[in-house]
Design a protein around this ligand. Structure first.
Ligand code: UD1
Length: 435
């Protein structure tokens, strides 16, 4: 283990100055390999806090959010480093016998997913101090369901000086009914319940593949979980957890980025390593719009030969269309034939990138959680700004289909969730570079 994960104020810092420059018009052709899922890797890293020892996590993407989560783990006393001798991107987390259950504001404010350390810290130490996460560009991110659920297991909460102080010397199993299948709340509860005394049931649990991946690591660590991948999780708590190794599932959102990019440029690609069964609804939707998509032995094969037809899209908890896919679909509909209505059912204000797409000539009207997208023949390249990870990627996708040059500023948002997006698209024949 030698290559150190850069700290968030070191070389892995926000490259605020960098921009992604796309010259549109080229079709995509060839094979691209998808990395490990960001939304899984971050939660698996949090899970290591549950037990002492050395964990080897393979297929972890080299992205800024992983750097930030590494910093968070270090703040608790862990050692975190890349194993540069491993065949694939492998992160080694060394968790000491005693951890400091604190998530400092300087790290938490940079990425919301950090709230998932609350459950494991509480379970391991009987207490936790976690800075309150702020909102982000797509609206406030409440954590009331996390707190209510953990309170059912016996935790007590107090908010002081911007920190949640949680304490629970003895977590006790309970039945928790989530009012919405929140991904983050399900993960926090799961990681607390695996060490609670007795049985916990999480009803209306989120069913995202990343949660099943977390259940798999927890089970390897000695947890007893039934119902993985379903909306009813039943956990028998145990004190006997131990370290384990795991390989992160492929990133379905990164895979969706390449598939929707293909929809806008035309061409034929294989997304190596992608799991069709994790993104069935998206593949079905893209098929409805005129693409040909099928699983093959190495991943997902896709072909787009003509201008796509519009279709209506609604985001829903898994297995519905993921909220993260929505900006890509809006970009795709911007040049599709007809009118598509896109409805956001998960977050309130996730349409900021629409203003940027309009600057590229898109005809989109938004009203509360709906966007009405009237396809135009061609977008026109323009200087635009990324507001968050997926919005930034959607602007890159739009730029691939636009006439002329698109310059996406504030590309550090994109680096939070993608490793070498520009390089991977270039390898498929696109003209994309970092500036
Ligand atoms: C969400 C997505 C997830 C995606 C991730 C990253 C869903 C269901 N979740 O997960 O697929 O990968 O963003 O972009 O699509 N809420 C509360 N109180 C809480 C927790 C959540 O009101 O305590 C609300 C949120 O405001 C939101 C909804 O529940 O409206 C879903 O939130 P949640 O699933 O927790 O969000 P993430 O875990 O960030």
């Amino acid at each position: 283990m030698s290559e150190k994960v850069p700290t968030s104020d070191g070389s892995g810092s926000r490259a605020d100055d960098h921009r992604i420059v796309i010259s549109g018009g080229a079709s995509l052709d060839g094979t691209v390999r998808v990395g490990g899922a960001k939304n899984s890797a971050l939660k698996l890293m949090a899970a290591t806090l549950l037990a002492e020892g050395t964990y080897r996590l393979a297929n972890v993407p080299r992205i800024t959010d992983v750097t930030l989560m590494s910093d968070l783990l270090r703040a608790t006393g862990c050692r975190v480093a890349w194993d540069d001798r491993a065949d694939e991107s492998t992160l080694v987390v060394d968790v000491p016998a005693v951890i400091e259950p604190v998530a400092p504001y300087e790290i938490v404010e940079q990425f919301r997913a950090s709230i998932v350390v609350l459950g494991p810290m509480l379970a391991r130490c009987g207490e936790a101090r976690v800075a309150l996460p702020g909102g982000d560009d797509f609206g406030p991110r409440p954590i009331d369901m996390h707190v209510r659920g953990l309170a059912e297991l016996g935790a007590e909460f107090e908010t002081r000086h911007g920190y949640i102080h949680a304490s629970a010397p003895n977590l006790l199993g309970a039945t928790v009914l989530l009012e919405f299948p929140s991904v983050g709340a399900t993960e926090n509860l799961l990681m607390a319940a695996v060490r609670a005394k007795g049985e916990t049931t999480i009803d209306n649990a989120a069913r995202e593949p990343e949660i099943a991946d977390l259940c798999e690591l927890l089970s390897k660590m000695g947890a007893n979980i039934e119902g993985s991948g379903s909306s009813a999780l039943v956990i028998q708590g145990t004190e006997e957890l131990h370290h384990a190794d795991h390989r992160v599932i492929p990133d379905r959102i990164e895979a969706a980025t390449y598939l929707t990019a293909l929809g806008i440029t035309g061409g034929e690609i294989t997304v190596e390593g992608a799991r069709h069964d994790h993104m069935f609804m998206l593949c079905q939707k893209l098929g409805e719009m005129g693409m040909r998509i099928s699983p093959d032995s190495s991943g997902i094969w896709a072909f787009a030969g003509r201008r796509l037809s519009s279709s209506d899209c609604s985001t829903l908890p898994y297995p519905g269309l993921a909220t993260d896919f929505k900006p890509f679909l809006v970009a795709l509909l911007a040049t599709a034939d007809g009118v598509g209505i896109v409805t956001e059912n998960i977050f309130s204000g996730r349409f900021h990138y629409v203003d940027e797409l309009r600057r590229m000539g898109a005809d989109i009207r938004t009203d509360s959680h709906h966007a009405v997208v009237r396809g135009v023949e061609r977008l026109s390249g323009a200087p635009v700004k990324a507001h968050d990870i997926r919005a930034g990627a959607a602007l890159v996708i739009a730029g691939l289909g636009a006439e002329g040059e698109t310059v996406v500023a504030e590309a550090h948002h994109v680096a939070r969730g993608y490793h070498d997006l520009a390089g991977k698209l270039t390898a498929l024949g696109a003209d994309v570079r970092l500036d």
